[in-house]
Design a binder for this molecule. Structure first.
Ligand SMILES: [Fe+2]
Ligand SMILES: [Fe+2]
Length: 300
């Protein structure tokens, strides 16, 4: 099997998926202040004045160029049709985590942690802060949608900050100029503030760019509380949960759930350490936790 991101694959410019995570972590280097997000002026702390785009590596820049060009309304419909029948395979949650771990890049001596290690570090930090079991579990499963890479999807259709398609692209999305190459940009109908949607329609009725968030949400949604569903589905929707954009599309439930998305984001971004977790020691706890919420096999 081809592991995306290996040398000189023009479809997969990132060295590994972590390179995007690291970029986002750097861009949002401090946790959001929820108070600022509900006001009229979204968080604009000093570090936001750094020019992240100028500083971005060429691989990250190329990744966003492909992402912004390719994520059209039609593309999102096509991927939803292709994947959301969930008829690809049956896998348990732990099995999926081990499968995802094939994405680890062993060619890099300086490599970051494996995907499984990121999931366990996120969930272990949530657990050690005394949060409920569903929250710990959300931490453990949140990036399992990255298996899309192993199903042959290019990096730009798996990771990246998500954004609505079918309405104007916010200029708060990183590298907004790359949307000039997106065919939807030339459709007047798709470039109004509300686009194909209705004011206050709620995010559940909005199509976001395709990636690992929506996929894992769809695979797991029947088994998790709504707060966890929001954490999974919107964890990469930085234009909303960090920049305060697209509020005209949200409804009361979205506004109520925003605090959970932000609470989750703290763990996703800020618990990375280079200390690998002891997978074998943790496995029994996670097998119990998974069995409490999920059937033995999930449909992917
Ligand atoms: Fe993620
Ligand atoms: Fe993550």
């Amino acid at each position: 099997m081809t592991i995306p991101g290996k040398t000189n694959d023009p479809q997969n410019p990132l060295h590994d998926l972590e390179e995007w995570d690291d970029f986002v972590k750097d861009r949002y280097s401090k946790p959001a202040d929820p108070q600022k997000l509900v006001g009229t002026n979204p968080d604009k702390s000093e570090e936001q004045f750094r020019d992240y785009e100028a500083e971005a590596r060429s691989s990250v820049r190329e990744f966003y160029r492909q992402n912004h060009r390719g994520q059209t309304l039609e593309f999102v419909h096509q991927k939803r049709d292709e994947y959301l029948k969930l008829d690809r395979r049956e896998m348990g949650v732990w099995e999926a985590a081990e499968f995802l771990n094939m994405l680890v890049d062993d060619s890099d001596p300086d490599t970051d942690l494996s995907q499984l290690a990121h999931l366990l570090q996120t969930s272990e930090q949530i657990r050690s802060d005394g949060h409920p079991r569903w929250f710990v579990l959300a931490g453990f499963v949140h990036d399992l949608g990255k298996v899309l890479c192993l199903f042959g999807e290019p990096q730009w259709a798996v990771v990246g900050d998500t954004f609505p398609v079918g309405c104007a692209f916010s200029d708060k999305i990183v590298f907004p100029e790359f949307f000039d190459a997106n065919p939807d940009k030339r459709s007047a109908e798709l470039q109004t503030t509300i686009g194909i949607y209705e004011e206050g329609c709620g995010l559940d009725n909005v199509l976001l760019s395709w990636g690992h968030d929506e996929y894992i949400y769809q695979v797991t949604k029947e088994h998790l509380p709504v707060e966890a569903q929001y954490m999974l589905r919107y964890h990469s929707f930085y234009p909303w949960h960090r920049e305060g954009e697209y509020r005209r599309l949200t409804n009361g439930q979205d506004r109520e759930m925003l605090k959970w998305v932000l609470e989750f984001n703290r763990y996703d971004l800020y618990t990375k350490s280079h200390e690998p977790p002891d997978v074998e020691a943790l496995k029994p706890y996670y097998e119990d936790l998974i069995a409490d919420f999920f059937p033995t096999k999930l449909r992917w």
